[in-house]
Design a protein around this ligand. Structure first.
Ligand code: ZN
Length: 201
């Protein structure tokens, strides 16, 4: 019995360390902003997020998630819970399975950056930004467009998904010393991400 438990706690510890590194990789001002909006804490788990989140909300005195919301959350790698001011990540999500150690770390870090970008977007996008989602998605790189549409998001979620995806890509690019607007990114989207997230490079 001891063996699997040890493995679990060490793999969770490893995952938590990766997310911690991803946090440190963010620009200082972004970490301040994320603290302000209640997205600076995180927890890593090794189970479907629907159940985890349901339990977290219940133990905080809330009503928990509906059956449908639980099923939606089960499909997610990570979810930001504004009411509990925490980002929850499922480190055993199928999209992370079978990756090499390096690819796993990169994918988990990208997931954390995505959630933090998402949190900034939810708090700081205007209604007009949200309304423009469909048009903005059409201006976005094909890969992002495919990911967002392929995942079945609804049009009112497009802008947030777009900002989260581009934010994660910009943080990742900064790790390799990239700066300025990437050639592949439409200036309107770059300006949106700059305004919403406070991106400075
Ligand atoms: Zn997202």
């Amino acid at each position: 019995m001891a063996q699997p438990q040890d493995q679990t706690s060490s793999s969770l510890g490893h995952a938590a360390a990766i997310v911690g590194q991803a946090w440190i990789a963010l620009p200082h001002e972004h970490r301040l902003l994320l603290q302000e909006v209640g997205a600076s804490q995180w927890t890593v788990v090794e189970e479907l997020l629907g159940t985890t989140i349901h339990k977290l909300l219940r133990s905080a005195g809330g009503t928990g998630l509906s059956f449908q919301a639980r099923r939606d959350a089960d499909r997610a790698i990570a979810v930001w819970l504004p009411t509990l001011r925490v980002v929850v990540l499922n480190t055993r999500h199928p999209t992370l399975a079978g990756l090499s150690a390096g690819a796993y770390a990169q994918a988990l870090a990208r997931t954390a950056w995505h959630e933090w970008g998402h949190a900034l977007s939810m708090v700081r996008c205007t209604r007009d930004d949200v309304r423009e989602g469909r048009r903005l998605l059409e201006l976005s790189p094909t890969a992002v467009d495919n990911v967002v549409r392929g995942a079945g998001y609804r049009p009112h979620e497009y802008t947030h998904e777009l900002v989260a995806n581009i934010y994660a890509a910009l943080v990742e690019r900064k790790q390799h010393n990239g700066s300025g607007r990437p050639q592949w990114l439409h200036h309107e989207i770059y300006e949106l991400v700059v305004r919403v997230t406070g991106w400075k490079d």
